[in-house]
Design a protein around this ligand. Sequence first.
Ligand SMILES: Nc1ncnc2c1ncn2[C@@H]1O[C@H](COP(=O)(O)OP(=O)(O)OP(=O)(O)O)[C@@H](O)[C@H]1O
Ligand SMILES: [Mg+2]
Length: 473
Amino acid sequence: MPRDTNKLLYDLRDLTILVVDDQADVRNGLKRLIGTLGCEVLTAASAEQALEVLQNEYFDIIFTDLKMDGMSGVDLMHRVKQQFPEIEVVMITGHGTIEIAVSCLQSGASHFITKPFDNKEILSFIKNAGYKILSRQHAQHNQSKYASRDIVAIDPSMREVMELIEQVAPSKVPVLIEGASGTGKELIAREIHNRSRVSEKPFLAINCIALPDTLLESELFGYKKGAFTGAHKDTKGLFEQVGGGTIFLDEVASMSMMFQGKLLRVLQEKVIRPLGTGETVAVDFRLIAATNKNLEELVADGRFREDLLYRLQVMKIELPKLKDRTACIPALAEHILQRAAREIMDPGETCPSFSRAAIDALIEHNWPGNVRELENTIQRALIVCKGEKIQPSHLGFSKNLNLASDLFDEFDSYENEKQKAIESFQKVYIQKALQRTGGNISRAAELCDLTRAAFQRIMRKLNIESVKSKEKV
Ligand SMILES: Nc1ncnc2c1ncn2[C@@H]1O[C@H](COP(=O)(O)OP(=O)(O)OP(=O)(O)O)[C@@H](O)[C@H]1O
Ligand SMILES: [Mg+2]
């Protein structure tokens, strides 16, 4: 199960689904099952009734029986697709033959399911289609109120951030962005600038980390020729160069207490004194600061000036960790994949897409490095993936057996899929047993309650070596 299921379900609640079947027990059964996701589910007893309901209601997904009295499921699908091409239609069939499946998919169905239902498969389909629908709605939404081409903000916590940006951008008040490494602090700072009244003016960024006071001072305040060795000519500091635009002070927590005092004076008086001069120069700027530390804790420890903190955080934006906004992950992954494909792939090459199992794995991962780590993971996956689908194995996570989601990724015959699932289970299971016993086959067999011969048979079949001892099997 994805870690942050509540947030995912919260979004799925926005989906509306129609179930069309002439058998009441099938209709009601599906309605109950889908209802567990929190989606709104309506039912219709015939294709004709469904078309009537569609006059007044919009649906994201329609599940329809193939064979019904009157209009068939396929005809209903054609009518729906003509009018609402973006609605996903899932065909319900009594007999799961390959021919029926192929013809359903060819005529525009997103998926088909066979009776008796596999509940897990149905729920998994809705979650997957749901995220696509939400990404699409997000893109449409982005064209309107919170227009941003670059920021993915589907999770409610990120929508709040976007609203704050909207409110704060037009004013000139200082903003403090707090967030762990890789959560998008610089991206948000640029967004505030781009939406401000000074978007035509410069956005100048400086990272305070590892800059000694003297360098920070000369960079920000500028200097007169001869102010120090190497000062060959008068140079304007960033506060002057920015000329009414935005200064982005990254990693503010790294500033020394002494420099914090100097910065505070600039914020209060809006004047600077370039190094090597006695004169003051009036400056005009908007300040955005960022930190991955908790500045209040630093204040309590006596390592950050309280008065400066109050000046910086007239408005504070806290960026959630990626693991706390899992609803954003599928859309972020897609966004990053497209960007990476433009950078890495040759024109004309087809960009692979994510398998459902890969998306599940991305949602379940812990992401200590946040969006930046997600970016690295996807760039790597794009390089190692040679096929059309990015699979969990391309993500470079430690191997976790994810039977349920791996199974339904591609539809092979039931027997073949079952065999594959058994083999991948055996492989992980046997390897784990060998790891536990330091490669000792007899003890591993004992641990699994198998005879040594049976254990070795599986090892041979799957080409598993006892890594540590290289014991012959
Ligand atoms: N919500 C988002 N939507 C799209 N891309 C994002 C989002 N958040 C972050 N990114 C991308 O993730 C990468 C890291 O973002 P950014 O550099 O702004 O993070 P940061 O918090 O400043 O990181 P660091 O602490 O490492 O300096 C960037 O390439 C950025 O475009
Ligand atoms: Mg940064």
